[in-house]
Design a protein around this ligand. Structure first.
Ligand code: KG4
Ligand code: ZN
Length: 341
């Protein structure tokens, strides 16, 4: 008998995702987003996100099954994000996953959201090489990891952000620049018409003590961008938003890729994997490609649809857990909104 079809459910923030994976292969996925409902508040409102998951959960599971040409009875295991994320939002996905696992009589697996981001790449490019360096860049996290075996938690943290995440920096600066939420994609689009050298924004923690060589800091960059915008407004000059967006994006991409390549070189690792919402950024992708080629490294970045939150990545971890013989979660498992990786 082959491996079971694993249903993955993601609901940690404003995306409700379902995906179906078997033996490392993506069979179908569906996604619903409450993003539009948060736009006028300039950021995700937890209560609105949780309520939206209640509406979207069953339709996205149905959508993933339809895309795969499968029925609910074909599901052999259910994997669900238990954290980190918004507590109420996570509760909705977990309650739905427990009900499905119980009703279908199949095992339930609790998944760490960041492990999901890493596993997303396996759906595009196959099993991860052991070892590889993984750069996770999302709205809530920026981390450099040395990964040996994701399913068995053989992961070493090389560095994390000391303050804001890279995506958070994009989102907050976009707001100051008057761009819509979510800020990352808006900065990416706006930057196309700008000059990345127009503003000499800082490259935080690229010089300094060796202990900080794989750490990140984006709050100073955020403040520098806000001050730049204030100076224009105070002088009554129109804000050259495209130049600001291009220069900010260049600074973020420069810091991320420089440190990620240095981590590979220092640890003698041949493959860099870049995942998470910010891995969808066009400049991060291009600069990572350029610097990996120059350093003789293989770069793996999932297609943009698998970079941002989705259910397929959670199914991918569930599939790895099932195949590695991991123990399922009890049906009274709880969410862990600040789960460490
Ligand atoms: O991984 P993700 O979907 O959710 C979290 O786990 O946080 O990442 C969302 C983050 C947001 O900060 C969003 O602005 C950013 O990813 N993002 C981007 C792009 N697409 C999404 N940032 C820059 N350029 C993009 N194209
Ligand atoms: Zn995420």
């Amino acid at each position: 008998m082959g491996s079971p079809v694993v249903l993955g459910i993601e609901s940690s923030c404003d995306e409700t995702g379902a995906g179906l994976v078997r033996d490392g292969r993506l069979l179908g996925q569906a996604l619903a987003s409450s993003m539009a409902e948060h736009t006028r508040f300039g950021g995700v409102v937890p209560e609105i996100a949780a309520r939206a998951h209640v509406h979207a959960l069953n339709p996205v599971v149905r959508g993933a099954l339809d895309e795969a040409g499968l029925r609910a009875a074909d599901i052999g295991a259910v994997a669900v994000t238990c954290g980190p994320g918004l507590s109420g939002a996570l509760q909705v996905g977990l309650a739905g996953a427990k009900s499905l696992a119980y009703a279908l009589g199949v095992p339930l697996y609790g998944v760490h959201h960041l492990a999901g981001h890493v596993a997303a790449d396996t759906l595009a490019h196959g099993p991860l090489p052991d070892p590889c360096v993984v750069l996770i860049v999302s709205g809530g996290h920026t981390s450099l990891l040395l990964v040996r075996d994701l399913a068995r938690d053989r992961i070493v943290h090389l560095g994390d952000t000391l303050d804001d995440a890279a995506g958070e920096c994009f989102d907050k600066v976009a707001r100051v620049f008057g761009l819509p939420y979510p800020g990352g994609p808006a900065i990416d689009r706006t930057a196309r018409a700008g000059d990345p050298c127009a503003v000499p924004f800082p490259r935080p923690l690229t010089t300094g003590p060796p202990a900080m060589r794989f750490a990140f800091s984006f709050s100073g960059l955020k403040t520098a961008a806000a001050r730049w915008a204030e100076r224009h407004r105070a002088a009554g000059r129109p804000l050259p938003v495209a130049d600001g967006a291009a220069a900010l994006q260049e600074a973020v991409a420069d810091v991320l890729t420089r440190k990620a390549v240095a981590a590979c070189t220092e640890h003698g690792v041949r493959t860099l994997v870049v995942v998470g919402g910010v891995a969808a950024n066009s400049r991060v992708r291009a600069l990572a490609q350029q610097r990996c080629a120059a350093a003789g490294l293989t770069l793996r970045v999932p297609p943009p649809r698998l970079c941002t939150d989705n259910g397929a990545m959670i199914a991918a971890v569930g599939d790895l857990l099932v195949r590695s013989g991991a123990a399922p979660a009890p049906l009274d498992v709880s969410v862990d909104p600040s789960a460490p990786l």
